[in-house]
Ligand binder design. Structure first.
Ligand SMILES: NC(=O)c1ccc[n+]([C@@H]2O[C@H](COP(=O)([O-])OP(=O)(O)OC[C@H]3O[C@@H](n4cnc5c(N)ncnc54)[C@H](O)[C@@H]3O)[C@@H](O)[C@H]2O)c1
Ligand SMILES: [Fe+2]
Length: 414
């Protein structure tokens, strides 16, 4: 057995026994568990602000949840006009729509956009002020209203993470608010809610989850001297590794099946659980280069977050190969492929191809003329750049972007 496949419960040889795990006070997972929503919400409050989008609001499952809340004695206000990628205007509109309700609990039902809206609304309803006062890490001054998160994609993992991601027209790209106070109180994951996801959405959300798992598993490793008072994201550690391994195994066996057989409930459950594991892993370890480069790529091409990170991931892995060969070999094993570092990169590349994620940035509409801009802007996402296992400078990122535009993996090999 190679070093990379030794006891997965033990810290790897180059690390001290150090781990951090954070998440909601309760996570409920399983087919049909959406019926637990009314009980869980009513246990936290009786004046409920519900954050969702118009598509989810029109579903039978959503109507049942709202009926259940009313039967449980709750007063409910639904805000269902959030736009994809969460513009800050949606957050303000949502908070205003609460009017005189004075919510004591916020319920987010939908994809990452709706759950992030619930977090941002809970933040403003508690601490007021402007959203930009809280951008970055650890700027939220204290606990926020309790949030119950019910994801309908598999997915961002936002139901367990300490982050919400917003689009602010005043900033060039998306902005994040990262704080332990934004971790939802309760996450209810019912994989049957993802049965209606069309293949392209299953693929983009699944590629995002795969990227979270790979980037968290291969992130920079910081020592136990890093405390969670200093940082929300503490780097790769034995507990984030545990979740990443678990999620990789699940996503490897079921993501392509969920895309090609949308009604396969077992595949849907595996993918949602993998996405959830990805949320636990990234919520402490953080993500890295694929996410950093995706921000300017997404701003330029207006392509979904998961498509951008998925396209970039194989190139980032090739760039990081010298620093993370043992982890890549293990990824190969988890994905049922060869247990070598090339095997891990090939397995991720093949899985992304199987779910029809574009293989190059050129296919997303990026041209050579964009490369310099993308590299320069990537370097501004300092937190993500610093989390990459291979140190990044603008020249290295430019090499990565050029290779990803051209589809030239060999340009990144040592
Ligand atoms: N907070 C975090 O930890 C975190 C992590 C990763 C990504 N994100 C953010 O999450 C957002 C992306 O979330 P997402 O990928 O879940 O998509 P989304 O929430 O943006 O939804 C995309 C589309 O899918 C539709 N949809 C959602 N569930 C559906 C279902 N069950 N059936 C049919 N259609 C459905 C929505 O109505 C919407 O039109 C981005 O803004 C991204 O930046 C947040
Ligand atoms: Fe992501």
């Amino acid at each position: 057995m190679s070093a990379s496949t030794t006891n997965p419960q033990s810290p790897t040889e180059d690390s001290a026994a150090f781990g951090v795990l954070r998440g909601p006070r309760r996570l409920i997972f399983g087919q049909g568990q959406r019926h637990a929503v009314a009980h869980e919400v009513a246990a936290l409050g009786t004046r409920v602000l519900v954050c969702t989008d118009s598509r989810v609001a029109g579903s039978t499952a959503f109507a049942e949840m709202i009926n259940g809340l009313r039967q449980a004695g709750c007063t409910v206000t639904v805000y269902d006009r959030v736009e994809a990628e969460l513009p800050v205007t949606s957050v303000h509109e949502c908070v205003t729509s609460a009017g005189d309700l004075a919510p004591d609990v916020v319920l987010g039902v939908g994809g990452g956009t709706c759950i992030d809206l619930a977090k941002a609304a809970a933040l403003l309803l508690t601490h007021h002020g402007r959203l930009q006062d809280y951008y970055g890490e650890n700027a939220v001054p204290g606990p926020v209203l309790p949030v119950v998160a019910v994801p309908t994609t598999g997915g961002t993992g936002s139901e367990v993470t300490p982050v919400c991601v917003l689009t602010d027209p005043a900033a060039e790209f998306k902005v994040g608010i990262s704080s332990l106070h934004l971790i939802p109180d309760v996450a209810i994951c019912d994989p049957d809610l993802t049965l209606s996801c069309p293949p392209a959405l299953t693929a983009s959300a699944g590629a995002d989850a795969l990227s979270h798992l790979v980037e968290a598993f291969t992130a920079v490793r910081r020592g136990p001297e890093v405390t969670t008072e200093q940082r929300v994201f503490v780097g790769k550690n034995m507990l984030s590794d545990h979740y990443a391994r678990w999620g990789l195994g699940l996503i490897g066996r079921s993501l392509a099946r969920a895309v090609d057989h949308p009604a396969d409930r077992q595949a849907r459950a595996d993918v949602m659980l993998a996405a959830n594991a990805g949320g636990y892993a990234l919520g402490v370890a953080g993500t890295a280069a694929a996410h950093a480069v995706q921000y300017p790529v997404g701003a330029l091409t207006k392509t979904p977050h998961g498509v951008g990170v998925g396209t970039l991931l194989p190139y980032v892995m090739r760039l990081n190969q010298s620093a993370r060969s043992a982890e890549f070999a293990e990824i190969g094993a988890q994905l049922g492929a060869e247990t070598t570092s090339d095997g891990g990169i090939d397995a991720v590349t093949d899985l992304l191809a199987a779910i029809r994620i574009p293989a190059t940035l050129a296919e997303l509409g990026v041209t050579d003329a964009d490369a310099g801009y993308i590299a320069e802007r990537t370097m501004r996402s300092r937190r993500l750049v610093d989390n990459n296992p291979v140190p990044l400078d603008e020249v290295t990122v430019r090499r990565l972007v050029d290779a990803a535009i051209a589809g030239d993996h060999s340009a990144l090999s040592d």
